[in-house]
Each structure stands twice: as structure tokens, then as C-alpha cells.
Design a protein around this ligand. Sequence first.
Ligand SMILES: Nc1nc2c(ncn2[C@@H]2O[C@H](COP(=O)(O)OP(=O)(O)OP(=O)(O)O)[C@@H](O)[C@H]2O)c(=O)[nH]1
Ligand SMILES: [Mg+2]
Length: 304
Amino acid sequence: MFEKQNELIKSGVITLVGQPNVGKSTLLNTLLGQKISIVSPKPQTTRNRILAVINDPGYQIIMLDTPGLHEASAELNQEMVKTALDTLREVDIIVFIVDAAAPLPRKGRNPTSYLSTARAKTPVILLINKVDLLAKEQLLPIIEAYQNLHDFKAIIPISALKNKGTDIMIAELLKLLPMGPRYYPEDIPTDASERFLIEEIIREKVFLLTSKEIPYSTAVMVDRFKEEEGRGLVTIDATILIEKKSQKGIIIGKGGKKLRQIGTSARIDIERLLGGKVMLRLWVKIQKNWTTNNRVLKELGYRG
Ligand SMILES: Nc1nc2c(ncn2[C@@H]2O[C@H](COP(=O)(O)OP(=O)(O)OP(=O)(O)O)[C@@H](O)[C@H]2O)c(=O)[nH]1
Ligand SMILES: [Mg+2]
């Protein structure tokens, strides 16, 4: 066993970056073969750096999922973009992802401009994701639109959702990764705590089941996590923070229906995560303007 630990393999850290909604978190989950990063059709779903460890007998890829890069004015959004940009300086390879179905880059709107904050030597791979939405002949103009924007080591069309092209992506990563040790034990898929993963599951359900500004005014905190001795039941109390009084009625819903929906679908996922029965109790609390409050942003782990 010790010999195996010392054996050199292809290993290193890569970051997945790109605009919101391009499929970064979907790709991380697909490559890991397990859902750890939340996904929704709404932009700005991911707010933290999420680390996943992808193991193979011949390699270990430490993969970072990041918040989407966007023009940010509110403090929360600025922190999210900073979190993503900070990863550019600490990785072996940058994987920049674009959405094949999104408008092409043009003057004044070039998503790859964010790469200017990366170290000049760090190799960048471009992934064109969601190619399942395109006809084959639509791909070439997209590749042409991006290929001169940066000195990409490779441009790879993929579908994160359908797991297409990901083998080619891994092969390209392995070409660029250095030889090194296995940094994480093989049975550790992420460095995220159970508490964080539970908060994220609840937040995902808020993203999926509410609309307009509600998802963006919401954060989740687990207050209590109690395992009942011998009963195989975990009781979890969690608070959904909102910004304004007017949002309380919306998130609770008529007769409490919306909150029940959020709770039920979150509980199912949390039971899968913990491998046992869960009682989830959700509370709603108004925390005025938490998205701009330095102290609360820190408490929630959104500010370093
Ligand atoms: N058709 C198709 N949809 C995809 C693919 N990859 C992701 N999606 C969808 O795109 C939406 C956004 O996916 P996410 O993985 O949350 O995107 P993200 O880049 O992590 O977004 P942020 O966290 O907001 O920055 C979801 O509805 C996904 O199901 C793909 O390959 N094909
Ligand atoms: Mg995401």
C-alpha cells in the first residue's frame, strides 16, 4: 500500500471556469460520476469553489468548480467572481468552458478576457459544451470564433450532460499534467463538508422551485445536525435566509406549500447523500441585505 502511495502518476489541479450557466458544475458531476455540485437552469447557481478528486489507476485529477464569471456589482457577486478568478493562479491547467448555444463572442463581449488574470505559462483548454443542442455543421463557425481569442492548447466540443467528448478532454489533460503523487486518498471524492453539501442541496431546490429575484436573495445555513442513537434517523434544522419581508410569503407559499416542496425534494437528496433516513426542518429568516453585508457574507463562507 505504501509503495502505491509513493508511486508517481499523472496528477495535478485543474479549474473549470467560464460564464454562468455554461455547464461547469454539470461537467464536474459527470466526470466524478457523483453529484456534489448543484446545478440549475438559472445563472449564478454556484457560489463557492468546489473541489472534486477524480481517481484512476494512472492519474488523479483534482478538479475545481467555480462560480460563473460575470459583470458583478453587488458584493456577493464580486466575491463569487473573485473566488473563480483566484483559482486561475493556483492550478496546473485552466479549462475554459463556453456554451455552444450561446451568442458568439464579439467586440466588447469576449468572455476569454478573464484569462488575462491567469499566469502567462498556465495552459488553457477550451471546451465548447452543450454540443448536443447543435447540428454538426454549426460547430465549425463556433470553433473559428474562439480559436484566435487565446492560445488554447486544445479546443474540444463536449456534452457534459450526455457525457460526450469527455474522454478526449481527459486525454488532453493527461498530456499537460505533470507527474506527481496521489495527493488525496482514493476514497475521498471532495473536500466539502457534509454540512456544506446539505446547505447546497437545499439552495439548489430554492433555485429550482422559486423564480425572479428569490434564488439570488437566498442563502442556507444548517443550524443543527443530530443523529438519533440507534434509530438510524438524522434530524436536520436549516434556515433559509432571505433579504426582505416581502419574500417570506413567496418562499413559504400558500398554506406553506412552497416550503414543503423545497423540504421534500431536498430531503430526498440529503437521504441519498447520508445513506439513511432524514427529518429535515426548514426555517425562514429575514436577514436584511445579507448579500451586501460583510459580516454575514463571511459567516456564510462567501467572503474569504
Ligand atoms: N443540453 C445541455 N445542457 C447542459 C449541458 N451541460 C449543462 N447543461 C445545462 O445547463 C444548465 C446550467 O448548468 P450548470 O452546470 O449549473 O452550469 P454552471 O456553469 O455550473 O452555472 P453557474 O454555476 O451558474 O455558473 C443546466 O440546466 C444544465 O442541465 C449539456 O452538455 N447539454
Ligand atoms: Mg455551477
